[in-house]
Design a binder for this molecule. Structure first.
Ligand code: ARG
Length: 267
């Protein structure tokens, strides 16, 4: 499981490494192989994802393949496309560069469709409605809504929409970390006052990791949609991805995957 204690153990390693080292670090066996092969053989769909974002993409120690909603979805889309799916774990700020360098064919990583990213990559149709909320310590009294974050210390994952939004808050001190788990750790140890991160990930982390001393606040900062990113000129793959997604929505497979990870929640 993507546990807090495991994250703690990882922290030492993370502290001495850089985002660059994290780039293209495939871990785990099975279909989780990093690939440096630029001549993609067309039977493969090379997928990049940042495996630190439960319940969308995470590593469960008891299983060799990466787990999560995005992982199930892209494997199902790959199946529709008749392609073998190969997933590489890449630091979040390294995903779009890896796509541009043609080291991967698509990104699925809880990635929000934004105008800024659309300058660099193409997106599939949206596949998940998300948005940002914040996590604070359970004994926090001065922060109740996003308006209270002025002048506060905020942790965010590097390269994310949370980072962009946090930087707009007047006088806030924004600190960027490699993973959401690093952000939560920093909050727990009083290094920051709040973590801004994606709502479903905050909910899952607090509920499933049984973290004591932290809570999610109900205030929502943004509404965002996740999309699968494809290289700008790769209209063939973009079309196949959209067709696959459409098929899975029509045949009930998307609903099954959704229910597996989110229960009966509204789509
Ligand atoms: N939705 C946010 C964004 O697009 C955060 C995504 C982070 N994904 C991850 N696998 N860590 O910026």
């Amino acid at each position: 499981m993507f546990t807090f204690t495991k994250a703690k153990k990882l922290i030492a390693a993370v502290a001495v490494s850089t985002a660059a080292i994290f780039t293209m670090t495939g871990c785990g066996g099975g279909d989780n192989a990093a690939s440096d092969n630029k001549n993609n053989d067309s039977n493969k769909l090379r997928v990049g994802s940042t495996i630190d974002f439960a319940p969308f993409e995470f590593q469960d120690e008891s299983q060799k393949d990466y787990q999560g909603f995005d992982m199930d979805l892209i494997r199902a889309i790959g199946k529709e496309m008749g392609k073998e799916v190969e997933i590489s774990n890449i630091g979040f700020d390294g995903l779009i560069p890896a796509l541009e360098a043609k080291n991967i064919d698509v990104i699925i990583s809880g990635m929000t469709i934004t105008e800024e990213r659309k300058q660099k990559v193409a997106f599939s149709e949206p596949y998940y409605q998300s948005g940002l909320t914040m996590v604070v310590r359970s004994d926090e009294t001065s922060i109740k809504t996003f308006g209270d974050l002025e002048g506060k210390r905020i942790a965010v994952q590097i390269g994310t929409t949370s980072a962009t939004e946090a930087k707009k808050i007047p006088n806030a001190e924004v600190r960027e970390f490699n993973t959401p788990a690093d952000c939560f750790m920093e909050l727990k140890t009083n290094g920051v006052d709040a973590v801004i991160n994606d709502r479903p990930v905050n909910d899952y982390f607090i509920k499933k990791e049984a973290i004591t001393g932290l809570m999610v606040l109900p205030d929502r900062l943004t509404a965002e949609e996740y999309g699968i990113a494809i290289a700008k000129n790769n209209t063939e793959v973009q079309q196949l991805i959209n067709e696959g997604l459409k098929k899975l929505k029509e045949n009930g497979e998307y609903d099954k995957i959704f229910a597996k990870w989110f229960g009966e929640e509204n789509k």
